[in-house]
Design a binder for this molecule. Structure first.
Ligand code: PMP
Length: 398
């Protein structure tokens, strides 16, 4: 078959199975209230949990970063693309999450996806006898990271510490890496990190924590999952993304300085790419200040109040709000068609909530992924709750 025709057939097949994904065009700064394709919408689909992406102080710091450092870095970090802004951000982040690590150092990556590829690639690179143990609901980037590293990969069932214990006990690998999301992005629940860390310590394994959805939102001062659980170990490797709660972009890995130096020397996704624009790192210094300060604390407290409001306000019979205490508040509907009908009906009311289907979630558990943000008002969340309550009663009749 002709090359383009073959691709078109694959696209037609996705369309026929209602699996084509459409992009919508946002015309305003990211935030709880958006103009999308010419319409005013309330956004419950972004990961901008603290509503910092449109924060005037962060935007001003980005402008200042451009005037200090220009538009781009011009090269990879090991050539000439490592700027003072990158170095300052790395120092700030190492200080911020450092209390939970030993001899901490941090490394800024262009995206969380690349940071995850980079950590696994870097940790595996030193040792051919490596085995990676990955939680079943982990983000795609961790799975891809294991593949890039060409190491053996074992998947343990969601939150099943006992199953992981058996796998670790059976393993003869000399370099064991356990890797888990801290907050599961489609369920909103937390990994049992204290138990996982204890197990890793017993088996001499690394624990790599992907805190994409926890950094900035979890912990008294926003330091994320390590602060929330008060975890401490020289064998912890922490990854936090900076395009979600921090509102800008990129990600960082914080760990013992020997781990970070190993990544700088060996991690292909770190070495072989142009450094992120330094202005982003400069803007992130402002984000981290907000997260760590009183304003961050207030934003997290408001977000928690909104989480409580969802739990109290939703009165669902067939649909089910998952028991999440995080900003991710999934409403499981089950059927794909009913889920997409609900998402479309909400959109028609000006409420933008993502409908999530398999293979992103298991078959029969399609859901609305409600993502709350500190910039939402209680009245706006009330509007969403009322719409969901009403929709559950009408949707199955249509
Ligand atoms: N890890 C998790 C758990 C994520 O949800 C995401 C992004 N959705 C990433 C990593 C990747 O981060 P980034 O978007 O910065 O590439």
């Amino acid at each position: 078959m002709e090359l383009l025709a073959k691709l078109q057939t694959q696209l037609d097949d996705l369309e026929a199975r209602s699996l084509i994904r459409k992009r919508r065009t946002v015309e305003t700064p990211c935030g709880p209230r958006l103009r999308v394709d010419g319409r005013d919408m309330l956004c419950f689909s972004s990961n901008d949990y603290l509503s910092l992406a449109g924060h005037p102080r962060v935007a001003e710091a980005l402008r200042e970063g451009v005037s200090l450092y220009g538009a781009g870095s011009g090269a990879s970090h090991l050539i000439s693309g490592h700027s003072r802004a990158h170095a300052e951000l790395e120092e700030r982040l190492a200080d911020f999450v450092g209390p939970y690590l030993e001899s901490p150092r941090a490394l800024y990556f262009c995206t969380g996806y690349m940071a995850n590829l980079g950590v696994l690639n870097g940790l595996a690179a030193g040792d051919k006898n490596t085995e990676i143990f990955s939680e079943s609901l982990n983000h795609a980037s961790l799975i891809d990271g294991a593949r890039l590293s060409r190491t053996a990969l074992k998947v343990y069932p969601h939150a099943d510490v006992a199953a992981l214990a058996v796998l670790l006990a059976d393993s003869t690998a000399t370099n064991k890496i356990v890797v888990t999301d801290s907050v599961f992005s489609m369920d909103g629940d937390l990994a049992p990190l204290p138990e996982l860390l204890a197990l890793c310590e017993r088996h001499g394994a690394w624990l790599v924590v992907d805190d994409a959805h926890g950094f900035g939102t979890l912990g008294e001062s926003g330091r994320g999952a390590l602060e929330h659980f008060d975890l401490r170990s020289p064998h912890l490797v922490y990854m936090g993304t900076l395009g979600k709660a921090a509102g800008v972009g990129g990600a960082f890995v914080a760990a013992h300085k020997v781990v970070i130096e190993t990544l700088i020397q060996k991690s292909r996704p770190y070495i072989f790419t142009t450094g992120a624009p330094p202005a982003l790192a400069h803007a992130l210094l402002a984000s981290v200040d907000i997260i760590a300060g009183d304003e961050g604390r207030e934003r997290r407290a408001h977000l928690q109040a909104l989480v409580g409001q969802m739990e109290r306000g939703l009165q669902l019979e067939r649909w089910r709000l998952l028991p999440s205490r995080t900003a991710i508040q999934p409403v499981v509907i089950g059927e794909n068609a009913e889920t997409m009908r609900a998402a479309t009906a909400l959109y028609a009311q000006g409420l933008w909530v993502g409908g999530i289907r398999p293979p992103t979630v298991p078959v029969g558990t399609a859901r609305l992924r409600v993502a709350l943000a500190a910039g939402h008002t209680a009245a706006e969340v009330g509007q969403l709750i009322a719409a969901l309550n009403a929709l559950e009663r009408t949707n199955h009749e249509s």
